[in-house]
Design a protein around this ligand. Structure first.
Ligand code: SF4
Length: 300
């Protein structure tokens, strides 16, 4: 497996607790990278041939100094660099310009969440302020807008950041909060993974604990134990106990391979996949982790 992009989840913490969040981001979440750990990860990423680094979360700017240091270091090494943010800090365009000014000249992409999960109709200009400020500073900027569950279309966003206008995917908190609003379909129709290229994904996510995720909650290894290049080299998609069945026949094959109990209908392929993985966590604790990706450990 060859990675060209690495998406670093700087933290699982977030200012918000959105219904559609894949990673259970929340103010009550734990887990954040230090600057020293980011330095180590960037060194490994360079060895592995990665070209583009994204910093995301959670909300990465909750740890502003760490984020800025990480972006500077990534740029210094020669990566193209992006940041994904919910833009909570853009209370006015003027304030947003001050927030973003240190990133000017460093970022190749800034992706701002702008949808009804993050902001009500009245608040939506907060994201607009962030976009306007980025443009003022010549920072390349785009918006991420995830649709409501009633309009889910499983065909979009394969292997990429969600593009503006993409469908909700029923993983993480979306399973609990949004799946009941979608039109369900029979479980054995979900015979392929609609969003990720599990053989050669091009990019992967690295969480604050060091786990490398091919899809959120499916870890291929931990970079604090095994170098990224080695994890990538040793990955055998077809022999992998979770990705193998998913490649052979989608989430439905995961259910049949391990004879898992199941409901009759699910909102989408990811919903069935997530439910199957929850049932398999005890069997594959080193793969289906960490607890954060499955909604565990939220502090009250
Ligand atoms: S089907 Fe499973 S592996 Fe594929 S995108 Fe959905 S949750 Fe990820």
């Amino acid at each position: 497996m060859k990675l060209t992009g690495l998406h670093i989840l700087l933290t699982y913490q977030c200012t918000f607790e959105c219904d559609h969040c894949f990673v259970w981001g929340s103010p009550r979440q734990g887990g954040v990278l230090t600057i020293a750990q980011i330095r180590q990860i960037l060194g490994q990423a360079r060895q592995a041939g990665v070209e583009m680094i994204y910093f995301e979360g959670g909300e990465p700017s909750m740890y502003y100094a760490t984020l800025l240091a990480g972006v500077r270091e990534a740029k210094r090494i020669g990566f193209r660099v992006g940041v994904v943010s919910n833009g909570y800090w853009a209370t006015s365009t003027e304030d947003a310009v001050e927030f973003l000014r240190p990133f000017a000249g460093l970022l190749d992409d800034l992706s701002i969440s702008n949808d009804l999960y993050h902001y009500s109709d009245e608040q939506i200009n907060i994201a607009k302020n962030a976009v306007a400020a980025a443009k003022e500073l010549d920072i390349p900027v785009g918006e991420i807008c995830v649709a409501q569950p009633e309009s889910a279309d499983a065909a979009s966003s394969k292997g990429q950041l969600p593009e503006s206008g993409s469908a909700v995917m029923f993983r993480g908190r979306a399973v609990c909060k949004l799946a009941p609003r979608a039109a369900p379909r029979t479980w054995d129709l979900f015979t392929s993974c609609p969003h990720e290229d599990l053989r050669d994904p091009g990019r992967a996510h690295l969480d604050p604990l060091g786990n490398l995720h091919i899809c959120q909650g499916i870890s291929l290894g931990n970079v604090f134990a095994t170098p990224l290049a080695e994890i990538c080299e040793k990955y055998d998609a077809d022999a992998h106990p979770v990705c193998g069945p998913l490649l052979a026949g989608g989430p439905a094959a995961l259910v049949t391979e391990y004879a898992l109990p199941h409901e009759e209908k699910y909102a989408d392929a990811c919903h069935l996949c997530y439910a199957a993985r929850l049932a398999l966590r005890e069997r594959f604790p080193e793969i289906l982790k960490p607890g954060q990706m499955y909604g565990e450990g939220l502090q009250e």
